[in-house]
Write a protein of this length. Sequence first.
Length: 300
Amino acid sequence: MRHLLTAAALVLASSGCGAGAGQAPDGPAVSVVTPYLANAATKDVVDKFTAIGEQRGWKVTVTDTAGDFNMLNDKIQSAAAREPSAIVLAMGDPTQLSLGLKAATDNKVPVFAIDAAQADGIAANVTSDNADLGRKSAQALLEAIGGSGEIAMFGHDPHPGVRARAAAARAEFDKAGVTVVTVKHVPVPGPVEGARKLTTDLLAVTPGLKGIWAAWDEPALGATQAITQAGRTGISVVGVDGQDFALAEIQKAGPFYATVKQDWDSVARKVADLITDQLAGKAPAQREFALPGTTVTRTT
């Protein structure tokens, strides 16, 4: 009997079921949820954040809903029920996520946002200064077209940051007196293909088009491809994000004229630092952190 009791105690100890099993507890769990992982910039910043979190000993999980905000609400609620140390909303409009954010609040799980917006249930939002991105990208396009002519704008209203940069860009265009012939919604997933089709249709009916402003680099790439395939010249395209494929395209000296690079390294690190502070019992000093962007052209 003594041998059996000793063996049972050893099994319990090795499985971690007994008191004082001696196993180190798991690190903090952080759940990242996003509707936009198919977007290159979103994947870039999520990958950077995940790497930082894992370096700090966190267990980071990433869930994507491919543009489905109803599912995103469900995923946030599911994550909140597991009571992780924090939830990170990687882009997306928090005004559409009231059910998920309420579940997080009810479960006392702080939610930090990357490139989203301030809202009830969001402890802090870390983003680029989207008005700055909009102004700088618009100014680059105005430079490319000589300050006058007909242009088109490609955006994505479900994203609050994109809405803000589009509004700032439109203000610059209106101030300069250029004609915005159309404003088009670009789908996500599929922004490159969507923008390529939009541009192909636009070129057929707008012979005097001089420029396309795209709210991020993927639709700018799609527009560039359509312009090149159509053999059109004298049309300039600008984007926002500063992704590697955009920088490479700009250096070809083709239609893709400029982008405004977002500092995703600093955004990811800032969110990670805020979570580290939260784990130590320190709440964010403010609810919004906005970082400037950098204009990149073929000469820079």
